[in-house]
Design a protein. Structure first.
Length: 460
């Protein structure tokens, strides 16, 4: 058996593990196996590639492995609240790799680049370039280094269209005339600029969809690189990554009742200053931790609605203590999960799983919405936008038509929030001014801890 045969077998096993990884991660009971399968598959893929006889010097590869490990370990140790921006950075690194490899392959092959290879190579660097800068912009917004609100200007969509058309035009020219190598840097440069201009007009409320869409772009660019390098494993892995990202983006858009084009070009998330100002003048009812504990203790059915406020306060472990304290009192406690709560797909599921909340207590929006009228208390922890009743009643609201959690239909709604500022989407929430709503002002972790202390006689 030749080395090439061994490599092909290793790649086949790695491909099977990637497919099994996606399959297993679709269920919480097998998700850990899915993670292990993906990690082992990637280890095999790297090992198989290192066996390639075309490698003439391992020195630079060793340096790259050390550097990559040095960067990857700290990235893997970030707080759970930083996972969305870390994910965006991972997309950026992968896309940068794809773009650099594509550029190297072009200059190694020019001027005799076959039309098909030039076509997929152009797709590779365009998608890779825009994903690289777009992911950096998304990470910057999520880390609050860049403004979280949409940065818009007149005619932005027309400018974006011209840039994209320019990149495609250069790609077509190079397919027909690959010897015109001087055009290649312009194609990459336009893709890099396009990535910036594509993401900066998108508001924070759309970040879950943007993250999954960037994941799809990164996967598709990797699949294109597989065709360029004639590497079947890259094609399979990239296609899996790209298709799963696109499917997830469709799910995210459906959860917001919006289209891809509206997400990408709608500039959703601008602050509605006038509307917010009008709402802030309305009176709200607040309660102390002692009062909140009394209401929760007297309830039969409680639904907790987690949002980014829980994540940023790192309150998930205190929420688990609250769950335990209420359950011991015979209170039925469930958690309502909105598909786009937080800053990335599955953000709330990950946080609650980290604090060992039983997974059967996490109920998706469609399943739990019909139960809110029979719910004694809905406890909302920072989930501003996904509980906003304006989505049902206010046709002028940017989120009108977006499916929400119907917490306002519960007998009592309690909202833990630092203040009355609008959420990440920049939209005020009429829920806070309803007669059945009590505002619990303060840090989520501290407030939940105080409630637990009241419920357990000071032993929380």
């Amino acid at each position: 058996m030749t080395i090439q045969n061994v490599i092909e077998i290793i790649y086949l096993v790695a491909s099977a593990l990637f497919i099994l990884s996606l399959k297993w991660m679709s269920s919480p009971t097998t998700a850990r196996h899915g993670v292990w399968a993906g990690e082992i598959g990637m280890l095999l893929a790297i090992g198989g590639t290192l066996l390639n006889q075309g490698i003439v010097d391992y020195k630079w590869i060793a340096i790259a492995l050390v550097l990559g490990t040095g960067i990857g370990i700290p990235l893997g140790l970030v707080q759970m609240t930083a996972v969305p921006q870390r994910t965006a950075l991972s997309h950026a690194f992968g896309a940068f790799c794809v773009t650099v490899v594509g550029a190297a392959e072009f200059y190694l092959s020019t001027p005799h680049v076959p039309a098909f290879k030039m076509g997929v190579l152009s797709l590779e660097v365009i998608l890779g370039g825009l994903t690289f800068t777009g992911s950096l912009m998304a990470a910057g917004k999520l880390q609050e280094i860049l403004p979280q609100r949409p940065l818009t200007y007149k005619g932005q969509n027309f400018v974006n269209f011209l840039l994209f058309a320019g990149a495609v035009g250069i790609a077509v020219t190079l397919i027909l005339h690959p010897e015109m190598a001087r055009l290649f840097p312009f194609m990459i440069g336009i893709a890099l600029i396009f990535g910036v201009l594509l993401v900066i007009p998108i508001g924070g409320a759309d970040m879950p969809t943007v993250i999954s869409l960037l994941n799809a772009y990164a996967g598709l660019s990797a699949a294109a690189m597989g065709f360029v390098l004639d590497n079947k494993l890259l094609i399979i892995a990239g296609a899996l990554d790209g298709s799963s990202g696109l499917i997830l983006s469709v799910i995210m858009s459906k959860a917001m009742n919006r289209s891809f084009t509206n997400v990408l070009f709608g500039a959703f998330g601008q602050v509605q200053a006038a509307a917010a100002g009008g709402q802030e003048a309305q009176p709200v009812r607040s309660a102390t931790a002692e009062e909140a504990a009394g209401i929760l203790a007297a309830a039969n059915k409680v639904v907790v609605v987690p949002g980014y406020g829980m994540a940023v306060a790192q309150a998930q472990h205190k929420v688990r203590e609250l769950y335990d304290a209420l359950t011991k009192r015979g209170v039925e406690v469930r958690f309502a999960i909105h598909p786009v709560a937080g800053r990335m797909p599955g953000h709330m599921n990950v946080l609650l799983a980290e604090s060992d909340i039983p997974y059967d207590r996490l109920i998706e929006m469609d399943e739990i919405n019909g139960d809110f009228p029979q719910t004694d208390v809905a406890l909302v922890i920072g989930a501003n936008d996904v509980t906003n009743p304006a989505a049902r009643s206010d046709a002028s609201s940017p989120i009108f038509g977006m499916p929400i959690l119907d917490v306002d239909k519960a007998h009592t709604v309690m909202v833990i929030k630092r203040g009355m500022s609008p959420g990440f989407a920049g939209i005020d929430n009429p829920l806070y001014y309803l007669d059945n709503t009590l505002m619990l002002f303060g840090d989520a972790k501290v407030f939940v801890n105080n409630i637990v202390k009241e419920l357990t006689g000071g032993h929380g």
